[in-house]
Design a protein around this ligand. Structure first.
Ligand code: 5RP
Length: 236
């Protein structure tokens, strides 16, 4: 009989709590996007409200992160207001054994790469289903594209062996539009033997704003797991 408890949600909550516990008073915190980081933002708000954590500023990676931060009482800052980010916490769609990532499941990878890349410490929060031996095994690479360049970028990624698909809205007719007003191509590659090379190659196509391959940015990956039905957190 089902207990009604969603195991993936339990893992996300546990890993989010562990990451939020690492934030210290006085820090500038990069606030990631997605369902796992939504719990991080909630737990940071709880710590602020209890008085255990004081004087943090959140730099959001998306409209969603900004809305949640306001809801949970986290003071916000922009990159014009701060000259550094102490710690960023963000989710991922795939994590390889070298801590390289595919991100952009929420079409927020452009701002995420800016904020996560600036952080002194970038912590990734995932459940164990996100671990892969090689990037691209389960997830397509999201590429944010200027709308006027959609056709040439589509042809260019096809020439590289990718299979691009324009990301379509849910409960919205037509394509997903990013927080920057651009579109997203999800590009499936048969294999990605050189993530750093592909990241650079894709970003060199005129009209590409940013892609979701994150190489060498993550300092720590926290992985939520279930052991004998109990959620636990392991470090990579
Ligand atoms: C958004 C992202 C997310 O961090 C990624 O999609 C993981 O999301 P979730 O925690 O909901 O699985 O990159 O652009």
């Amino acid at each position: 009989m089902s207990t009604g408890v969603d195991p993936v949600k339990l893992m996300k909550q546990q890993v989010a709590k562990a990451a939020a516990a690492r934030v210290q008073s006085g820090s500038v915190v990069g606030l990631g996007t997605g369902s796992t980081t939504a719990f991080v933002i909630q737990f940071l708000g709880d710590r602020l409200q209890s008085g255990e954590l004081k004087d943090i500023k959140g730099v959001p990676t998306s409209f969603q992160a900004a809305v949640l931060a306001k809801q949970y009482g986290i003071p916000l800052a922009t990159l014009d207001d701060v000259d550094h980010i102490d710690i960023a916490i963000d989710g991922a769609d795939e994590v390889d054994p070298n801590k390289n990532l595919i991100k952009g499941g929420g079409a927020a990878h452009t701002r995420e790469k800016v904020v996560d890349g600036l952080a002194t410490e970038f912590i990734v929060v995932v459940d164990s289903s996100k671990l892969v031996d090689r990037l691209g095994s389960t997830f397509a690479v999201p590429i944010e594209v200027l709308p006027m360049a959609l056709a040439p970028v589509t042809r260019a990624v096809e020439k590289l062996g990718g299979q691009p698909e324009l990301r379509m809205g849910v409960k919205k007719d037509g394509p997903v539009i990013t927080d920057q007003g651009n579109m997203v191509l999800d590009v499936k590659f048969a294999e990605i033997p050189d993530p750093a090379g592909l990241e650079q190659t894709l970003n060199n196509i005129p009209g590409v704003v940013e892609n979701g391959i994150f190489v060498g940015l993550a300092n720590l990956v926290l992985i939520g797991e279930l052991k004998d039905g109990q959620p636990s957190v392991r470090e990579m």
